[in-house]
Design a protein around this ligand. Structure first.
Ligand code: GLA
Length: 484
């Protein structure tokens, strides 16, 4: 039997992530998807000003994240060095500049000998590096998985390797959001929440909606023989990979579907709308990947839609779930094509429903209240299925392109005369929803009643509705966490 002292030591060695951060999925910007290793002090400062001037900070994007390629080896003292060409004033100075604008500062390292771009990694130097990050006033660490010296292949091995950094960060006593970049390896969705605020579920995203690529070999979340999560994972690949375990995301720890491709240029506008909407519905972190210095008005008007961001930042923190999938639809030249219906609870008593058309044709997608509320009770047994629900289109109030253009091109510092901007610092999403703010509710476009519900959805796009019961909160069966 363990002595009381030994039991105490064991308990102390488990770091519960309960660090108070990421109570809703984190939002911000990261350079990697559009700029790779082309990082510098000027890039971070220019970007931070754009976040403020475009109103993106106000709708919630508050983390500025520096990805790989900032390192310059390690000194004899064991401490990691910063590339002084790229960051002449040092990283603490950068953090100060960001903090002065009401933003937070994040950085990247790898739980490996090297980072993925082969710069200095943090493996076996976790304490020194955590101290450095804290001393530079860092608020966020993205922690990658490259060159781990073979310390993987079994969940506990990966858990223990990542836990060293979790403990080192905790020991600094600074609030540092901890984001695992483990590409879904070693069943991270079963242990990530114990030590981190988010965990990547797939290989790296690329700028395509559904094109398969051999570099992204894992398509099945249940496949234990997935040897290389890889890169070049499409939006649909990532959605299908996370679908079986979306319920693992909860306030404080989220499934990370990777950074957004919106605005980078490889997808159509409708595909970007679908990508962004699904990331919000599944409660992934929303990290803009586009270069804000050249952002298009169309991309801005996707990223700044408060009705969809309110879904991401919903106080219940429950992911939508896949309730039906149809594979017998027209396929494209890659043999890909399907439709999906996603549904999930929204604060206070609403329901999200999404009709996703990833088939190769415009289609009418059919569902019913029984299907939408299947997780409230199977076979139409939930009381919700007997009611009438107003349908609010969450994209109906999307900012007009001409207005977005004005925002981008006008002089900085004024929000460019555009009125009615949603400011989530002044009015958090919860308060906005409680006040019935129309910018968050979308536009009422119809009613869903018992019987067939049919929605026309163009190819490679989605329809996304907030459903609100006409008679107020439905009493009866209440959904719980495990039953998403
Ligand atoms: C890995 C990660 C990416 C990015 C690069 C940087 O591929 O998954 O998100 O951080 O490394 O080298």
């Amino acid at each position: 039997m363990l002595s009381i002292l030994a039991q105490g030591l064991l308990a102390a060695s488990v770091v519960a992530v309960n660090n108070g951060l990421a109570r809703t999925p984190q939002m911000g910007w990261n350079n990697w998807n559009s700029l790779g290793c082309d990082v510098s002090e000027a890039l971070l400062l220019d970007t931070s000003r754009k976040l403020v001037d475009f109103g993106l900070r106000d709708v919630g994007y508050n983390y500025v994240l520096l990805d790989d390629c900032w390192q310059d080896g390690r000194g004899d003292d064991g401490y990691i060095r910063v590339d002084e060409q790229k960051f002449p004033h040092g990283l603490k100075w950068v953090a100060g500049q960001l903090h002065d604008q009401g933003l937070l500062y994040g950085m990247y390292s790898s739980s490996g000998e090297f980072t993925c771009a082969r710069y200095e990694g943090s493996l076996d130097h976790e304490e020194e590096d955590a101290k450095s990050f804290a001393s530079w006033d860092v608020d966020y660490l993205k922690y990658d998985n490259c060159y781990h010296r073979g310390r993987f292949g079994y969940p506990e091995v990966s858990f223990n390797r990542y836990n060293v950094m979790a403990k080192a960060l905790k020991a600094t006593k600074r609030d540092i959001l901890f984001s695992l970049c483990t590409w879904g390896e070693d069943y991270v969705h079963t242990w990530g929440m114990s030590i981190a605020n988010s965990w990547r579920v797939s290989g790296d995203i690329y700028d395509h909606f559904n094109r398969p690529d051999a570099l992204c070999s894992c398509t099945d979340a249940k496949d234990p023989f997935c040897v290389a999560p890889g890169t070049h994972c499409s939006v649909m690949n990532i959605i299908n990979r996370v679908a079986p375990y979306v319920d693992k995301g909860a306030p404080g720890g989220w499934n990370d579907l990777d950074m957004l491709e919106v605005g980078i240029g490889g997808m159509s506008d409708a595909e970007y709308v679908a990508h962004f909407s699904m990331w919000a519905a599944i409660k992934s972190p929303l990290l803009i990947g586009a270069d804000l210095r050249t952002l298009s008005p169309e991309a801005l008007s996707i990223l700044n839609n408060p009705a969809v961001i309110a879904v991401s930042q919903d106080p219940l923190g429950k992911s939508a779930a896949l309730v039906s999938r149809n594979l017998t639809v027209p396929k494209d030249q890659y043999g890909e094509g399907e439709t999906q219906i996603w549904s999930g609870p929204l604060y206070p008593n609403d329901q999200l429903v999404i009709f996703l058309n990833a088939a190769n044709e415009d289609l009418e997608i059919i569902t019913s209240l029984d299907e939408i509320f299947v997780r409230h009770g199977p076979g139409g047994s939930a009381p919700h299925t007997k009611e009438k629900w107003d349908l609010y289109d969450l994209w109906a109030k999307r900012m007009d392109t001409s207005v977005a253009k004005k925002v981008i091109n006008s002089p900085p510092g004024t929000l460019n005369g555009v009125k009615g901007w949603y400011n989530s610092t002044e009015t958090p999403y919860k308060a906005g929803l409680e006040a019935g703010d129309e910018r968050l509710l979308g536009t009422k476009v119809g009613v869903a009643a018992p019987g067939e519900i049919k929605v026309k959805v163009p190819r490679h796009s989605l329809k996304m509705y907030r459903m609100r019961s006409q008679k107020g909160p439905i009493k009866g069966y209440t959904i719980t966490r495990d039953e998403l």
